[in-house]
Design a protein around this ligand. Sequence first.
Ligand code: NDP
Length: 273
Amino acid sequence: MKRLAVIGDPIGHSLSPLIHMTWIDTLGLDASYESIRVPAGETEAALDDFTHEGFTGLNVTLPHKQAVLAKATRTSDAVKAIGAANTLTRLSDGGWQADNTDAPGLTAALARLGLTDWAGKTILMLGAGGAARAGLFALDQAGAEIILLNRTVEKAQHILGECCARQHRSGPLDDLAEVCGQADLVINTTSAGHGGSHIRLPSGDGRLFYDMSYGAPARPQLQHAGAQGWKTEDGLAMLVCQAAESFSIWFDGKRPDIEIALAVCRAALEQDA
Ligand code: NDP
């Protein structure tokens, strides 16, 4: 039996077991997927334990996305540019391969909305943390023009240089109203909603406001965006799409059903609301 898990701290809220077990059950696969709390500072010791316990794949969430790289014996180009991994796969030589599926997860979630042709399109991205790094890598590779705004402007300049092969613009979040008119799409990667606040937006005029957050933290921001005339979408499909990329790595290229897992996750979030 294939043993899989998601590691993080906190981990109780993770939807990953629900997503992966839905696919494992639907496809009748001989595999298990659990969530395991690993406190900060214990990443490397935990990975040694997981090796001995026979785990073959791990999803990695906060606070371990960078720390796992110390144990990775093979890393994808995306991981190198983004500087973080969310998927580990045991190699036959006993090492771990590190991948970042948040990047293809975002482009797959946008493609699900019919957004695939990025040449000549301008994306305004808000926030410059870990989620932004994956988004920048993906959208730079896809050919979009990016304007990156962050509360701490130096961080925005820094991550553009690290995650993008092409030149893009950056600035303070206070520039939002000024540059918003240039954007075909706005992607919010800030964690403002987790702190109970939201980013104030100018009029959307029917454009898409895509928030990487989902569930309760996303609600005030999406309500505000809707009231300002934006079409809105939360990050739940991105979560499911990044899970599908991990699943595909672990199960020899199998593509699981996105819509089944998305419906199950939506129902779970509604029950929690
Ligand atoms: P980080 O902590 O790495 O980054 C948070 C960012 O938000 C920083 O740029 C920070 O600015 C900014 N920020 C925080 N509070 C405020 C505020 N009140 N006003 C303005 N800016 C603020 O978080 P992550 O990048 O890991 O995660 C961000 C969001 O993306 C979370 O909601 C997370 O759940 C979601 N996410 C969703 C995924 C999905 O699959 N859908 C995958 C990964 C993340 P500063 O730099 O100035 O501190």
